[in-house]
Design a protein around this ligand. Structure first.
Ligand code: A3P
Length: 340
C-alpha cells in the first residue's frame, strides 16, 4: 500500500532472493525492500522510517554528511563538525560523534528480535542500556529533539531524503567502490546487525548486483554528483582527502565561510589523522563493541588507505570491476581521482 505523503513505491524483495540473502546476512530476519525507480535496496524496516525521513523538516542551519557506507563518512563528519564549530576540541573530545550526529536511518538496521537480544545482553549495565536506547532510536526522533545547528549522518541517497534538504548544507563523500566494498565486507562481518557469513567474492557479487544495503552504488553517487555545483552541497572524494587533506580541509572551510590560521589548520590535520582517530574514543565507534553490536577483532577505523582492494581481488574480479566501473561511468563525467 502506498504511504501517504511518500512519492515512491516500496516493493518487497522477492521471497527466494530474500531468503538466500538472509542466510548470508543473519542480522536481517524479515527481508528487504527496493525503493523508488532506482530500486534502492534496504532492510524491511525502512518501511517504518521512509515517510518520517522524507518529511523531516529541514532547517537552514542543518548540516548533513551523506555517503555510501565506508566512503570516509566518519572522517568527513569529524572534519565538518570541527570546522563548523570553530575547532571546539573540548566538546568534540567530550561528546562522541554518535551523539553529535544522529545516524538518520540506523534504526532500520536493528531488527526488533536483535534489539531485544542486545537489551537482554546489556541488562546488567544501565549506562549501556541508555546508549543502546540512543543508538537504536529512530534518527528522526533524535533530530527533532536536537538543538540547532543539527548535524546528521546518513547513507541514504539524496532522492530518499527530504526534497528541501538543500535548504540546509550537505557534504557528500565518495570513494573508489573497490575499497568501499572491501571495507564494508569487514564491517558486515563484525556488525551483528548485518552478520555477514560469506566470503569476500560472494560479497562482491551481491554488491555489484545491487543486492546489498544502500545500493545501487553508482546511482547513489550520481545523484549527489549532479548537485555538486549547488551552493549548499560540497562533493568530496576519500582519495583527495588521503592525498592532500589540507586541500580538502580548506574546501570545507570555504564551504562554511571559516578562516583559520596555519597553526590551527596543522592541529586539525593532526587531529584528523588515522593514528589520532584510532585512539580517539569520541570517533572510533568503540561504543558499538561495548554494546556487543560489533564483535570480533575488527575495528571500525581500519587501515585508512586508498587502494587496499588489490589484496582482495583476483584477476577475474579486477577485470570485472574495471568493466563494471566503466559501464557505470559511461553516461557521467564523474571520475574518481588518484585511482590506485
Ligand atoms: P578502511 O576500512 O578501508 O580502512 P566510514 O566512516 O564511511 O564507515 O568509512 C570507513 C573507512 O574510512 C575505513 O576504511 C576507515 O579506516 C577509514 N577512515 C576512518 N577514519 C579515517 C582517517 N582519519 N583517515 C583515513 N581513513 C579513515
Amino acid at each position: 500500500m502506498p504511504l501517504k505523503n511518500y512519492p515512491f513505491e516500496i516493493r518487497d524483495v522477492e521471497s527466494d532472493t530474500a531468503h538466500l540473502l538472509m542466510k548470508y546476512f543473519t542480522g536481517e530476519l524479515t527481508g528487504f525492500v527496493r525503493v523508488g525507480p532506482k530500486g534502492y535496496f534496504l532492510p524491511n524496516k525502512f518501511k517504518q522510517e521512509a515517510h518520517n525521513i522524507y518529511n523531516l523538516e529541514i532547517r537552514p542551519s542543518d548540516v548533513f554528511v551523506a555517503s555510501y557506507p565506508r566512503s570516509g563518512t566518519t572522517w568527513t563528519q569529524e572534519l565538518v563538525w570541527m570546522v563548523a564549530n570553530d575547532l571546539d576540541y573540548a566538546t568534540s573530545n567530550a561528546i562522541p560523534l554518535t551523539e553529535r550526529y544522529p545516524f538518520l536511518e540506523f534504526s532500520m538496521c536493528v531488527h526488533p528480535v536483535l534489539k531485544q537480544r542486545f537489551i537482554e545482553e546489556n541488562s546488567f549495565n544501565m549506562r549501556n542500556l541508555k546508549m543502546l536506547e540512543w543508538v537504536t532510536q529512530p534518527g528522526t526522533e533524535q533530530i527533532a529533539a536536537a538543538k540547532s545547528p543539527r548535524f546528521v549522518k546518513t547513507h541514504l541517497p539524496l532522492s530518499l531524503l527530504p526534497p528541501t534538504l538543500l535548504d540546509g548544507k550537505v557534504v557528500y563523500v565518495a570513494r573508489d567502490p573497490r575499497d568501499v566494498c572491501v571495507s564494508f565486507y569487514h564491517l558486515n562481518k563484525s556488525m551483528r546487525t548485518q552478520g555477514y557469513t560469506g566470503d569476500f567474492k560472494t560479497y562482491w557479487e551481491f554488491f555489484i548486483n545491487d543486492l546489498h544495503h544502500w545500493t545501487p552504488y553508482f546511482e547513489h553517487l550520481k545523484e549527489a554528483w549532479e548537485k555538486r555545483h549547488h551552493p549548499n552541497l560540497l562533493f568530496l572524494f576519500y582519495e583527495d582527502m588521503s592525498k592532500d587533506l589540507p586541500a580538502t580541509v580548506r574546501r570545507v572551510m570555504e564551504f562554511f565561510g571559516k578562516k583559520f590560521s596555519d597553526d590551527q589548520l596543522n592541529r586539525l590535520i593532526d587531529h584528523l589523522s588515522i593514528e589520532s582517530f584510532k585512539s580517539n574514543p569520541s570517533v572510533n565507534y568503540d561504543v558499538m563493541k561495548e554494546l556487543g553490536i560489533m564483535v570480533g577483532a575488527k575495528e571500525f577505523i581500519r587501515k585508512g588507505k586508498a587502494g587496499g582492494w588489490r589484496d582482495y581481488f583476483d584477476e577475474e574480479m579486477t577485470l570485472q570491476a574495471e568493466k563494471w566501473m566503466a559501464d557505470n561511468l559511461r553516461d557521467t563525467d564523474l571520475r574518481f581521482p588518484h585511482l590506485q
